[in-house]
Unconditional design. Structure first.
Length: 360
């Protein structure tokens, strides 16, 4: 689908914007001063499919931890910094790949100049992150509340500070927990600037509620061609964010690789425990290593839609009364008792992974 053309910036070895594939990000929730715990979580995120990771830098000890973290991290690392420009300078010295900060909240102009001077030497991008919940009082008063127009003006104010210092390696985010507000803000920003946009719904909630908010918000913008990098923000273990992000991209045809499970909603014709079968297959698929080509699996409840859907899948099963069919590339390869359907399908998946797993 057509995408808004934006400038390209590089976070370590990952390109964001400029027509590059949309990048999946997340953020660790470990204490950044605990280097080993942070690295373990980064590795888990990478295994799940994350491509860039952000860490919170709350104090100087956390800032000095950046050196070892970036040296050992399997992903490019962004430092999330607020208020204290000195933390940004330390993070840059320690080898950080990107910064997330707002020039307006780190104080006097000379402090901004110090940060810009440091990032210029290393061409480190800065993400200007505007959140609806923390707009400046002046902006709220001007626009009589929290509005998309106010969020965009806030971002532009920060952008102009960097541009005035001759720096344009910038990414922008305009996050809100209210999806319509977030959508309007990003649309306005996309019309106004050509900097790459980091898209997300902030404080989306738990896996259950946050998944829906993120899918609707992020998915809508991506479908309109807006967005260069995404983060699905969910309460809890950040690793659980990555499958959701991957699924959003895959559903929109923005990722060729990945796994796709299709299963019918069940009806009065269903005579097998399809929900349990689908859950077990989904659990298996969620634990697969990266594959060199997409995998599509169908778990169907009867012979009405089953054969047709399975025809489009790499593998599939269609249940019946006490019996079922196993499909491979649309062809029936076995008639099996109900209790043998799942083991047979899992065996097909394991064989596929053996042949198409990527070398780590």
């Amino acid at each position: 689908m057509p995408r808004k053309q934006t400038k390209a910036v590089k976070i370590g070895n990952v390109t964001i914007g400029g027509g590059a594939p949309i990048v999946i990000q997340s953020m660790t929730n470990t204490d950044t001063r605990d280097i080993e715990a942070t690295l373990r979580q980064i590795e888990a995120l990478a295994r799940a499919g994350c491509e860039v990771v952000r860490v919170a830098v709350l104090d100087q000890d956390a800032a000095y931890s950046i050196k070892e973290i970036t040296a050992k991290s399997v992903l490019p690392v962004i430092a999330d910094i607020h208020f204290d420009y000195r933390l940004a300078l330390i993070a840059v010295e320690q080898g950080i790949h990107g910064l997330r900060l707002n020039p307006g909240n780190i104080g006097a102009r000379w402090k901004v100049q110090e940060v810009v001077r440091a990032v210029k030497e290393r061409e480190i991008p800065i993400r200007i992150g505007v959140n609806a919940g923390s707009l400046d009082k002046e902006i709220r008063e001007k626009f009589q509340g929290i509005t998309a127009e106010g969020m965009v003006e806030s971002a532009l104010n920060h952008i102009h500070v960097l541009e005035d210092e001759g720096y344009d390696k910038i990414k922008v985010s305009l996050k809100a927990s209210d999806v319509p507000l977030m959508l309007k803000a990003y649309r306005l920003m996309s019309e106004t600037v050509d900097y790459p946009l980091h898209v997300g719904v902030t404080e989306a909630g738990t896996v259950r509620s946050g998944l829906v908010k993120s899918a609707v918000g992020i998915g809508t913008l991506l479908a309109e061609g807006i967005g260069d990098t995404i983060r699905v923000s969910l309460t809890g273990d950040p690793v659980q964010e990555i499958p959701v992000a991957l699924q959003i991209l895959r559903v929109l045809g923005l990722r060729e690789s990945g796994v796709d499970l299709i299963s019918c909603p069940t009806c009065g014709r269903t005579q097998v425990n399809l929900a349990e079968l689908a859950d077990q297959v989904e659990t298996k698929l969620s634990s697969l290593p990266p594959l060199d080509r997409p995998l599509k699996v169908a778990v169907m409840g009867c012979a009405v839609n089953g054969p047709g859907e399975a025809r489009e899948a790499d593998f599939g099963i269609a249940g019946g009364k006490g019996m079922g069919l196993l499909f491979r590339k649309g062809e029936i390869v076995a008639h099996l008792p109900e209790n043998e359907l799942l083991p047979a399908l899992l065996k097909e998946i394991e064989d596929y992974v053996r042949d198409h797993g990527k070398d780590e």
